[in-house]
Design a protein around this ligand. Structure first.
Ligand code: BGC
Length: 386
């Protein structure tokens, strides 16, 4: 490995090659800006959580394409939401001679033996979107601003209820509004950042009575959704409706939903209980829901007035940044970062690069997602990638 780094650094010094910048849609990497041609025998192992969510399929395609464009060999594996499978896959990447690992761990703490083995062979590790915890062996974290994602979801919920105007000023609606809270998966550090971001905005409105969490469930441990599962979210929403909203006594006005798959589970449950089908249906409009990832099925929901908002995290930008970080690490350089404070993994503060996020409402689907080439208008209309 060390020999490879030296060889690569020498090659890099003499043969600077501009990486291509093809503007593909969701799932197309932008390539690495200003990168260098990698030696063809450099292998990069990429381990992602599952193919159950469109988000990770899109990430996988963009990373693979971006890395291959600058000449690396890529071993991309999905762990099927199963921790032992992910451990085995990473073990295998190491056995097969990976020179760098890009990891989105299912459980941030579960890959320690693999990380140690990688570190003892000087194999750099990029923590990709999901945070590697309790390990000093991770070199860089490339992600979106997860706290901001949560704060944005909460702001969107307040806008949907009319408590805030779109420009952030106080709206005319005073409530009280009945809401429920959902969180992500407890083993995923992002779930904590997203939930804390959300509560940083909502707490004040809960305290002053504008918002009422009728179930009383307002701690992440109570509202979490294992594996961010759509099915589990639907089941919890069914239970909440039975326990706190049955018999026509109370109407649910909004649900803080932490990502698009959870939102779809919640929306299915609400639809079955007679809410909706849209945000303006009478007598029981679909409650205001939020999201994350701008998955195409949920963007269609936003477009059709079923889901109020989502948060766009441009996986093309994340993949491009990851390719750059990989190139730097393989060349023995420090990768670009923009946050050296927020992400303490228990063993060290991991230098991080946070890619910006963007809220999505019905009125900016075209400019943010279609005009930027992330989706075609047909894909949004159909609610699936074509
Ligand atoms: C990611 C989200 C994703 C969720 C479920 C999180 O770690 O940041 O974008 O929706 O995992 O896969």
């Amino acid at each position: 490995m060390f020999k490879k780094i030296v060889m690569f650094a020498a090659t890099a010094a003499t043969s600077l090659v501009l990486a291509g910048c093809a503007g593909g849609g969701a799932g197309s990497g932008n390539g690495a800006g200003g990168g260098t041609q990698a030696p063809a025998d450099t292998r990069i192992g990429v381990s992602l959580p599952s193919q159950d969510e469109e988000r990770w399929i899109t990430d996988g395609k963009a990373i693979k394409e971006g890395l291959e464009k600058v000449g690396y060999q890529v071993d991309l594996q999905y762990a099927n939401n199963d921790i032992p499978t992910q451990q085995q896959q990473v073990d295998q990447m190491l056995t097969q001679g990976a020179d760098l690992l890009i990891l989105a761990p299912l459980d941030g703490t579960a890959l320690s033996p693999q990380l140690q083995q990688a570190a003892s062979s000087n194999i750099p590790i990029v923590s990709y979107d999901r945070f590697v915890r309790n390990s000093a062996d991770v070199d860089v974290y490339v992600t979106f601003d997860n706290f901001k994602v949560g704060a944005q979801q909460a702001t969107s919920l307040l806008i949907g209820l009319g408590v805030l105007n779109k420009d952030g000023s106080e709206g005319s609606a005073k409530g009280p509004f009945n809401i429920e809270l959902f969180g992500g998966s407890l083993d995923d550090n992002n779930a904590t950042f997203v939930f804390n971001g959300g509560m940083s905005v909502l707490q004040k409105y809960i305290d002053n009575g504008t918002l009422v969490v009728k179930s009383g469930q307002n701690k992440l441990a109570q509202v979490a959704t294992e594996n961010w599962s759509q099915q589990k979210a639907q089941e919890r929403m069914d239970n909440l409706l039975t326990a706190s909203y049955s018999g026509g006594t109370a109407k649910l006005d909004g649900v803080l939903t932490p990502n698009d798959s959870v939102a779809r589970g919640v929306i299915t449950s609400l639809g079955n209980a007679g809410y909706g089908p849209t945000l303006s249906s009478q007598p029981k409009p679909m409650p205001v829901t939020t999201g994350q990832d701008a998955e195409v099925a949920s963007v269609k929901f936003v477009n059709d007035d079923v889901q109020f908002s989502t948060v766009f995290k441009d996986t093309r930008a994340l993949a491009a940044q990851t390719v750059k970080a990989s190139q730097d690490l393989l060349a023995g350089k420090d990768p670009e970062v923009n946050d050296t404070k927020s992400y303490d993994n228990g063993s060290k503060i991991v230098p991080s690069f946070l890619v910006p996020i963007q809220p999505i409402y019905k009125d900016n689907i075209k400019s943010a997602l279609i005009d930027s080439g992330y989706y075609t208008a047909e894909e949004v209309a159909a609610g699936r990638l074509q």
